[in-house]
Design a protein around this ligand. Structure first.
Ligand SMILES: Cc1ncc(COP(=O)(O)O)c(C=O)c1O
Length: 477
């Protein structure tokens, strides 16, 4: 045994380090909350930051300085002026779940390697499945992210609706499967289809209505046309909600269509599927309980740290067929349908102890914490929309349904292209300045600033300041 190994594994050394880091993080959370930390993103060009950390590697090591520097140098999601991508300002307890995951390193895709997290995974996925309105036949599995979750669900659709054992037999000559997706779907949906080798022709894009919902009146015609082209539609994917606009599809109409045509109905609820568990926003997800599968990211609107995604199946049994494969060293045939080896139902062979984070939060604060997190953020979306509408210099392209709000400053005399350029430059200046973090999007040929209000501690004053900042920055361009 080397001295170095002894020191690295010394429990007292770990205890001291962990206490110090917990103190730094608690101080960081406090500084974000009262905004004595004034920077959300300390902007630096990627190459410059790479060089900085490259040279840090050789500098003298001081534990506290190192971690403090890492915290200071990165983006701060707990800052109330973080309004960017859809990643939770986590309930801090979730971070402790990550710590136990890292320290115990249980590879939780088979029961023996993660007995506690496996049990917890079952409990939290059952809880979420029932909470969105699924019945006792449902169940779920946790995956590392919504992209993987969408792929998992679409693979299940393929196995169940192709009419043969696709997993074992592979594609058949003359069989051209396809999935109907909203033109506003997250790119992970198209990617899942292309991973399966169905190419572009496997994606039947359904246009949106002017209010950014899938235009369900076009489904019948597109379905027929696909058939004429020799495509077999196996599934339809609904948005709850879309990434770019935060708008929910009409899930009930989509469910009707899927039932009528006997195709799989998958809902990408990575961002907003969890609205189904809240009294105030449940109406947005009407029909969710009729989907064959739903993906919900705990690390988006449920305050859990990344990556923690639930893939829920209305009929549990269907999820066991997806990977109809044997791996003799872990998955014995008799165990195939046993819930406690989640490797049977996911792509992951070794996976994080995701369930423990959700379980810990559920046990400590009860399900209301999830309702409060989502509802507070969605309420901010409404308030922000109100502010934007009250200022004639801004354009709100649609009434937001969630915490994703798109808007733009309109400068008189500029055409659309020039205004788009202005918006992009404003956003770049804002993030380089570092006091706010927002993103941008484009639809209908128009560029918008885009905010995801992910931090329940953002206030109306923060949002007012953002609008002020946009004008201030634009005035200098
Ligand atoms: C609607 C939607 N689906 C899927 C994803 C992908 O999820 P993940 O980032 O967890 O892979 C996102 C991410 O933003 C999303 O907004």
């Amino acid at each position: 045994m080397t001295d170095l190994l002894k020191r690295a594994y010394d429990p007292e050394h770990f205890r001291e380090q962990a206490h110090k880091l917990a103190d730094l993080l608690a101080d960081h959370l406090a500084a974000c909350a009262d905004q004595t930390e004034t920077t959300v993103l300390p902007w630096m060009e990627p190459d410059e930051r790479l060089a900085k950390w490259q040279s840090e590697l050789d500098s003298e090591f001081d534990f506290t300085c190192f971690w403090q520097q890492a915290i200071d140098d990165t983006i701060h999601l707990h800052h109330p002026k973080y309004m960017g991508h859809q990643v939770s300002a986590t309930i801090p307890l979730s971070g402790l779940g990550d710590m136990i995951n890292g320290a115990l390193n249980n590879g939780s895709a088979i029961y023996e390697m993660g007995p506690v997290s496996t049990a917890m995974e079952r409990i939290v996925t059952d809880w979420l499945a029932r909470a969105i309105g699924y019945g006792p036949e449902s169940s779920g599995v946790l995956t590392s992210g919504g992209s993987l979750g969408n792929l998992t669900a679409i693979l299940a659709a393929r196995q169940h609706k192709s009419g043969f054992n696709y997993w074992n037999e592979g594609n058949k000559p003359g069989f051209h499967p396809a999935v109907m997706v909203s033109e506003e779907s997250h790119y992970s949906i198209a990617r899942a289809i292309q991973i399966m080798g169905w190419g572009d022709r496997g994606i039947v894009r359904v246009p949106s209505t002017p209010d950014h919902k899938m235009d369900v009146s076009m489904l019948e015609g597109l379905f027929r046309k696909a058939g004429q082209k020799g495509l077999t539609i196996l599934a339809l994917v609904g948005n709850a909600c879309s990434t770019s606009t935060g708008i929910y599809d009409n899930l009930e109409s989509q469910a009707d269509f899927c039932e009528e045509h006997n195709i799989w109905f998958h809902i990408d609820g990575a961002h907003g599927g969890a609205a189904a568990i809240t009294p105030d926003y449940r109406h947005l997800t009407k029909g969710i309980e009729r989907a064959d599968s739903v993906v919900i990211d705990f690390h988006k609107m449920l305050g859990v740290s990344a990556l923690t995604t639930a893939v829920l199946f209305r009929e549990s049994a269907r999820s066991y067929d997806t990977f109809n494969q044997k791996a003799a060293y872990i998955l014995h045939d008799v165990e195939r349908e046993l819930w406690y080896n989640s490797a049977v139902r996911t792509l992951e062979c070794t996976k994080n102890m995701m369930g423990i984070k959700v379980y810990a939060i559920l046990k400590t604060y009860g399900p209301q914490i999830f309702v409060d997190y989502l509802s507070s953020c969605y309420a901010l979306g409404k308030s922000f929309a109100g502010l934007i509408k009250s200022d004639p210099d801004f354009d709100l392209p649609y009434e937001p349904e969630s915490n994703i709000v798109c808007f733009r400053l309109i400068r008189k005399g500029l055409d659309t292209h020039e205004n788009n350029t202005l918006i992009a430059r404003v956003r770049q200046r804002i993030i380089e300045d570092g006091r706010f973090y927002i993103v941008q999007t484009a639809f209908d040929g128009v560029t918008y600033l885009r905010t995801s209000l992910m931090n329940p501690f953002t206030t109306i004053d923060d949002m007012r300041e953002l609008l002020h900042e946009v004008k201030r920055v634009a005035a200098k361009i």
